[in-house]
Design a binder for this molecule. Structure first.
Ligand SMILES: [Zn+2]
Length: 194
């Protein structure tokens, strides 16, 4: 095993959609496209970060979770690209993950039973199934005018534009938005110079 020469940042959760946040776990770091998910622990932590439940409920350490999450990411990436380019794509891989999302009616107390949409005794499968479902929902029913890449040419981050005006341009103001503002300001100042 080779160790990474640079410290990788924690994945950013800024896409306003878990499927796009998953794609964003591959991003430019110091001019190089890097995979920020490098271990089961990273994968479990990321699933916790997006609000899918405690990382310690998942089995980590045998490398399986990382492989599965990367596999799911790769197939979501393919399908989203196809959808954006108005092509047809093979859904078999994503459908495989969708089989992990099993809706079940759970009734433990009097009153209305609970519809558990992503029921699974296995916490890892439950989360992967849920993520696959959310991605499938986006592909089938999402407004793809709102699925966009950050406008910075140096940035590959994707987001779902949930702003009211639908004019979101940047992955985040703090990152690319401000850099752009500073560059524009400099350009204007240079233009104004005698
Ligand atoms: Zn950006």
């Amino acid at each position: 095993m080779t160790t990474s020469p640079i410290e990788l940042p924690t994945p950013l959760i800024l896409a306003d959609h878990p499927a796009l946040d998953l794609l964003n776990t591959q991003m430019m770091v110091d001019g190089q496209r890097r995979d920020l998910l490098t271990s089961d622990a990273d994968a479990a932590q990321w699933l916790q970060q997006i609000g899918f439940g405690p990382a310690d409920e998942m089995v980590v350490g045998n490398g399986k979770l990382l492989v599965q999450l990367r596999e799911l990411r790769a197939c979501i990436e393919d399908l989203l690209a196809a959808r954006r380019e108005n092509r047809v794509a093979d859904t078999a891989a994503l459908n495989g993950f969708l089989l992990l999302a099993v809706p079940q009616l759970v009734w433990k107390e009097a009153g209305a039973p609970l519809l558990d949409r992503f029921h699974q005794a296995n916490a890892t499968n439950q989360r992967l199934g849920r993520l696959a479902y959310i991605a499938a929902e986006l592909l089938a029913e999402g407004d793809f005018n709102l699925v966009r890449k950050c406008e910075s040419p140096d940035c590959s981050l994707m987001f779902f534009d949930r702003t009211k005006s639908h004019k979101r341009r940047w992955c985040s103001m703090a990152l690319c938005g401000n850099r752009h503002k500073v560059a524009e300001f400099r350009k204007r100042r240079q233009g104004a110079a005698p």
